[in-house]
Design a protein around this ligand. Structure first.
Ligand code: UGA
Length: 443
């Protein structure tokens, strides 16, 4: 099937690559000529396991192409995905300017029936606005053409995006058109084997499903972080509590890991956007507002522990920091807890020696060269000359370090762990002073 994808960001690129892989004929459009040129040369702008070979092989096989030529893109696709960004505007609402600009472009160039699919995370009611924008543009241009708008939200996780797209656990289709449903069932049939994963519903419910899923997961995390803070004060160990409640299948083990807060391009933005949507219809989403507030505070937790340990004075200290990305297996630093920590440490007069397996370039891009930040080539090098260690991201490579080496390199035998990677008892045996989240302040 001929498919066009507008927006070569995370969602658009992965979606395009997996559709090409199963044999669809895909054209990707982006306004960024530099990005398009680089993709054609095999440079993938993001780190995502498995994505580079997938994009390269499908580009070489001619199943996916990249261009800035919007007219060609609109002409090409029977189905056209809108996968452009929806950044938060000042009040946290999703900004739809890019989505609506694509709608206008589609209307400008379309000459026959198109199925327009909203893949971007967009507030409830956006499909109606896309429809209205296409209609308005067609009228302005004196054109007549038919089209359908479908909501088909994406549920991929960074770091597992290719697999999530290849083997989705559900495919949500929000549509009021039997014709569009039939076409999309055909488009997704290679990903819909064994049992039917397609759930068809009205458009607004599909739009809300995306937010509800992310907000539910963010709620689980903030709830656990609140329990961790309580455990801390009540003398309990949150890791025992986690195991104890996760064993109940109604609760489950997933997304109940306490830590130094959730980050990324989705949870923080989507929780805020849904809370703002609620406000706009006169409803106060108290749970969502609490989820956001708890997370905001949780990102400051490590710094609080550090300040308390040093009686409020960390000026002149050098901090080894392991983990910069917002989670493992990505170089994405958006809303990462490490950023809150580093910025607070710098403001308090401390220096940071940081290591991350993938996010070093991204950190350099964000912070540039500055005397209070040294980016080190290995996790061991980050310890060199540092006073204590802080862990912000649970990369596998941090899970079983050489504790004797850590102790010998640091000037103080001290670890602040924002992801609860180690057993407090073991740390005691190594003679390391260990702070974790919700496990007792001082072991
Ligand atoms: C999230 C959702 O999990 C995807 O289903 C969704 O499609 C995606 O947003 C999106 O809307 O595009 P992602 O942001 O890639 O995916 O990352 P997650 O794996 O969900 O992690 C988000 C944050 O929560 C990370 O900072 C992680 O460290 C934190 N987290 C996760 C916890 O603190 N505790 C947990 O138990 C799980």
């Amino acid at each position: 099937m001929k498919v066009t994808v507008f927006g070569i960001g995370y969602v658009g690129l992965v979606q395009a690559a997996v559709m090409a892989e199963v044999g669809h004929d895909v054209v990707c459009i982006d306004v960024d000529q530099n990005k398009v040129d680089k993709l054609k040369q095999g440079h993938i702008p993001i780190f995502e396991p498995g994505l580079t070979p997938l994009v390269k092989s499908n580009y070489e096989a001619g199943r996916v192409d990249f261009t800035t030529d919007a007219a060609r893109g609109v002409e090409h696709g029977e189905v056209i995905f809108i996968a452009v960004g929806t950044p938060p505007d000042e009040d946290g609402s999703a900004d739809l300017k890019y989505v609506l600009a694509v709608a206008k472009t589609i209307a400008t160039h379309m000459t026959k029936h198109k199925i327009v699919i909203n893949k971007s995370t967009v507030p409830v009611g956006t499909a109606d606005r896309v429809k209205a924008k296409i209609d308005e543009t067609l009228t302005q241009l004196g054109k007549t053409a038919t089209f359908d708008v479908v909501s088909n939200p994406e549920f991929l996780k960074e770091g597992a995006a290719v697999n999530d797209c290849m083997r989705p656990d559900r495919i949500i289709l929000g549509t009021d058109s039997a014709k569009a449903e039939k076409k999309l069932r055909e488009l997704y049939s290679p990903f819909n084997r064994n049992h039917d994963k397609i759930i068809v519903m009205d458009i607004r419910s599909a739009e809300l499903t995306k937010y509800a899923a992310n907000c539910m997961l963010a709620t689980k995390i903030s709830f656990m972080n609140e329990m961790a803070n309580l455990a801390e004060l009540l003398g309990a160990d949150i890791e025992n509590v986690r195991k104890g409640i996760g064993s109940d299948p109604r609760i489950g083990y997933q997304f109940i890991y306490p830590g130094c807060g959730y980050g990324g391009s989705c949870f923080p933005k989507d929780v805020q956007a849904l809370a703002r949507s609620a406000q706009s219809v006169g409803y106060t989403a108290k749970v969502l507002e609490a989820v956001e507030a708890v997370n905001y505070a949780q990102k400051e937790k490590l710094f609080e522990y550090i300040l308390r340990h040093f009686n409020g004075d960390v000026a002149g200290k050098t901090v080894a920091l392991w983990g910069l990305s917002f989670k493992p297996n990505t170089d994405d630093m958006r809303e990462a807890s490490s950023r809150v920590l580093m910025e607070k440490l710098w403001a308090a007069g401390a220096k940071v020696k940081a290591f991350d397996p993938e996010a070093m370039e991204e950190t350099q891009r964000i912070y540039g060269s500055r005397p209070e930040l040294s980016l080190m080539g290995t996790k061991e090098a980050a310890l060199e000359g540092a006073d204590f260690l802080v862990i912000c991201t649970e990369w596998q490579a941090f899970r079983a370090p050489d504790f004797d080496l850590i102790k010998s390199k640091l000037s103080l035998p001290l670890i602040f762990d924002g992801r609860n990677l180690f057993e407090p008892k073991l740390m005691l045996e190594y003679g390391l002073h260990y702070y974790a989240i919700g496990r007792g302040l001082s072991v």
